[in-house]
Design a protein around this ligand. Structure first.
Ligand code: GDP
Length: 221
């Protein structure tokens, strides 16, 4: 299997969107809810294997803090990046607005070479508190020519697909990323619906049992 040179990937987004957690999930397969929000930039190297094309891709992933005071520094990290991932938290409208109003313009203005862009809708495990409509995310991705991916650093959903599909797209620009993502999203929603149904059935069973108990109480006094 042939291995590529390290591909520089930079994650950009507001503090708290989940950048550090995404990297940790991808590199170490763990989620630490107490991990501190990113306060400076750090770099992690991780290799994936794309067996179907017999290639290994090495990512060099940079976590760029989104806080106000680091904004001027961020440029240094994304200038020569091959892949730039804009990350927002689906439960926080501000994190999405900040990408639209600040980060995307900044990157477009400062990034000379053509990097592969991704828009990452993180914390999809909290979909019941979703503030950013899916359509808005997809529209923005479409407008800026980015690939769109739902992820949950907490459950791990979408994290491997994100990097694998980015790798495929990087190697083959004709690769249909949107179709790949759609499958992942559909799988996730189906799993959640099944979970909901199981919980509902369980609740109904409990209500029925309670009703039977009460009925028995009524009969026998
Ligand atoms: P960063 O500042 O963008 O690097 O964000 P962090 O990775 O530090 O995450 C901020 C907070 O959100 C932390 O408390 C994380 O545990 C939490 N978090 C990150 N990703 C997820 C996720 O996918 N789901 C949930 N429920 N929480 C997450």
């Amino acid at each position: 299997m042939s291995e590529s040179e390290g591909l520089k990937v930079v994650l950009i987004g507001e503090s708290g969107a989940g950048k550090t957690s995404i990297i940790q999930r991808f590199a170490y397969k763990l989620f630490d809810p107490n991990c501190a929000s990113s306060i400076s930039s750090q770099y992690i190297s991780q290799t994936i294997e794309l067996k179907e094309i017999n290639k290994a891709l090495k990512f060099e992933i940079w976590d760029t803090a989104g806080q106000e005071r680091y904004r001027s520094m961020a440029k240094i990290f994304y200038k020569d990046a091959k892949i730039i991932l804009f990350v927002y938290d689906i439960t926080c409208l501000k994190s999405f607005e900040e990408l639209k109003d600040y980060w995307i313009t900044q990157v477009k203005e400062n990034c000379s070479q053509k990097a592969l862009l991704g828009l990452v809708a993180n914390k999809c495990d909290m979909y019941d508190q979703q503030q950013v409509p899916t359509d808005d995310g997809m529209k923005l991705a479409n407008d800026i020519g980015a690939v769109f991916q739902y992820t949950s650093a907490k459950s791990g959903v979408g994290i491997n697909s994100l990097f694998e599909n980015l790798g495929r797209k990087y190697l083959d620009p004709t690769f249909d990323y949107q179709a790949a993502d759609k499958t992942a999203m559909e799988k996730f929603k189906k799993k959640k619906e099944e979970e909901k149904k199981r919980n509902k059935d369980k609740k109904n069973r409990c209500v029925k049992l309670d009703a039977q108990k009460n009925k028995r109480k009524g009969c026998c006094g």
